[in-house]
Design a binder for this molecule. Sequence first.
Ligand code: GAP
Length: 390
Amino acid sequence: MFPGSEIYGGLAGTWDYGPLGAELAHNIKELWWNHFVRNREDMYGLASSILMPEKVWEASGHLKDFADPLEGGQKFNLMFKTEAGALKSEKNAAYLRPEIAQGMFVNFKNVLDTMRPTLPFGIAQIGKAFRNEIAPRDFLFRVREFDLMEFEYFVKESEWEEHFEKWLKEMRAWIERVGIDKEKVSELEVPTGERAHYSKRTVDFEFDFPFGKKELYGLAYRGDYDLKRHMEHSGVDLKYTDSASGEKFIPHVIEPTFGLGRTVLAVLLSAYREEDERVVLSLPPKIAPYKAAVFPLVSNKPLLVEKAREVYENLKLQTSHLSFPIIWDDRGNIGKRYYAQDEIGTPWCVTIDYQTLEDDTVTIRARDTGKQERYKVSELDNFFAKKLQM
Ligand code: GAP
């Protein structure tokens, strides 16, 4: 990660993901999308616009309530305001969304009309949110531009408590799956008065960051607040019709929310360890930037290098269906190459040595244990396909 616009001194509250960070963030988003959207029958994906007009934020309550106190006690609204179009007028006022949730609410009827879902169901998206934080700090923890992974899960009012409990469990399962150390996570029942303006119950998942125990994720019961407000402000009927009873009503909403930057931080802090001679990043293979590194034992023996290139190119081809970035490295000595891969979290290193030239076997070294085992070159694609199913 690099400070945003670094060569100009940086812009506070912005961070840019470099080559490895971009892969890690991309893999986490993909894992989340597969886990919560593609693998479920009750979830519908969405990708809504970042720019939304003032009316949306009037209805959602953000115009009035999304503010922090400044020294002197005045309230400062955290939304970034701009104009859509050439004219600077209140009519053209638009905002970079401070939360992605409103995209799900304003598209509720579109999803109902096009997909005909039945309750309970969710609308999910991953996307950018912007908040003009007064004091951005702690690396990716509090920034002004960040990605959210979130869904609104629509339920009957009488069933909200059971769904809330179910999503608590699902969020715990995700925390383990993405590689966050659950020993460092605790759950906090947010008391009345400290909850967001729309919430009737909130549980925060807190992580033990080096700078203190702080919010990682949140689970909120938003009641029917948002759909009701959008119905009143837009004049559009946002009721759901129960196909069995014909009853029309506004569904209630349970909202699990997952900040991507905070996920990246918690994953890195959970995976990082220092041993006597090496630094290891024990990332789950699914989110590691590279899944494997391929090396010739030495780089000054043309036959070895040629064979290693062949193994590397074939493995890339054979695993192209697996979302499987592999890296080639022939710099320095083999020990240093292993340590460099351990440090960036590459789960396996494949080494082509003199024995490979005789019997077409290679060594596979596991990052976490440092153990090496020999496999036939023809078994490599199977080996990795199996490992990546986990
Ligand atoms: N739709 C609900 C919502 O936006 P939130 O608690 O305001 O709820 C959701 O934000 C998540 O976004 C948080 O749990 C956290 O992971 C992340 N988050 C919030 N503010 C952030 C910031 N300034 N920088 C980085 N991540 C942030």
